[in-house]
Design a protein around this ligand. Structure first.
Ligand code: ADP
Ligand code: MG
Length: 276
């Protein structure tokens, strides 16, 4: 069998009505690779992730996960058609997504939140689902809150539970859409720590984030999206310390300013964080 990328996007376009949001994205993610996506608000970062997971239909081009086209089949004459939902979900069984808003069920305990998808989606028995859920809660440091309700947890704890819930599905690919944006600053670190551990364990990940220092430390590659196109991509040292595109330079400069209140040239503050 020929080598396949974990994720492959070929000339992916997405329109919302007239609004051309993704304008021809080519992107491959290799097994075990950690790719961070950065870019301004409205640049298409969430749309890109949602198309990979087929929470949104893409308008043209092709998205493959582990060599399998997501969402569409083609007829002998070449014309494409939308695959049945069941087939689509099956082809995405190795992919889990974690959102900014953790979407835990408020009326269920932590352990039931984490165990439920296993029971509902995979038909795993209740005792086994709970055992697996407990294992993942331990992994994210939340086993001690198994019987608590989400409302009794901090945002950071809730997000760790949401990550555990995704992990029980045993994905090999995780998509994160600004997993720390809804958190108070002091809670960001505990969630980033969990994601960093996943990276070290070899999980393939695409992470949309505004945490540049984190992106610099954890990523194999950083992709800068601007107006629905990949404006620049590369190793974090290159992208953060020697950005080529003017747009990326401006983006990093304004990020640095927001961080420090100073106006250091782009790259410097991030570079310091890389050292830390
Ligand atoms: P980002 O995550 O980079 O902030 P998004 O992917 O959420 O950007 O959005 C990209 C553009 O697409 C924005 O202009 C946004 O308003 C638009 N958009 C996003 N989702 C929808 C939708 N469901 N319907 C119409 N327009 C949308
Ligand atoms: Mg977004």
């Amino acid at each position: 069998m020929s080598h396949s990328h974990a994720i492959e996007l070929n000339q992916v376009h997405k329109y919302y009505g007239e609004h051309h949001v993704l304008r021809g994205i080519d992107l491959n993610v290799e097994p075990g690779e950690v790719v961070s996506i950065i870019g301004g608000s409205g640049s298409g970062k969430s749309t890109l992730l949602r198309c990979i997971n087929f929470l949104e239909e893409y308008s043209s081009g092709e998205i493959l996960v582990k060599g399998q086209v997501i969402g569409y089949g083609s007829k002998p004459a070449g014309e494409s058609y939308r695959l049945p939902e069941k087939v689509i979900r099956e082809s995405l069984r190795d992919v889990c997504m974690v959102f900014q808003q953790f979407n835990l069920w408020p009326h269920m305990t932590v352990i039931d939140n984490v165990a439920s998808p296993l029971r509902l989606v995979k038909g795993v028995s209740r005792p086994l689902a709970r055992e697996k859920a407990m294992g993942q809660l331990e992994r994210v440091g939340m086993a001690h809150k198994a019987d608590a309700y989400p409302g009794q947890l901090s945002g950071g704890q809730q997000q760790r539970v949401a990550i555990a819930r995704a992990l029980t599905m045993e994905p090999s690919i995780m998509l994160f859409d600004e997993p720390t944006s809804a958190l108070d600053p002091e809670l960001v670190g505990e969630v980033l720590g969990v994601i960093r551990d996943l990276a070290q364990a070899g999980m393939t990940m695409v992470i949309v984030t505004h945490e540049m220092g984190f992106a610099a430390r954890v990523s194999d590659r950083v992709v800068f999206l601007a107006e629905g196109l990949i404006e620049e991509q590369g190793a974090p040292e290159q992208l953060f310390q020697a950005p080529k595109s003017l747009r990326l330079q401006q983006f990093l400069a304004s990020w640095n300013e927001r961080q420090s209140g100073s106006s250091l040239p782009a790259g410097i503050a991030v570079a310091q964080e890389v050292e830390a």
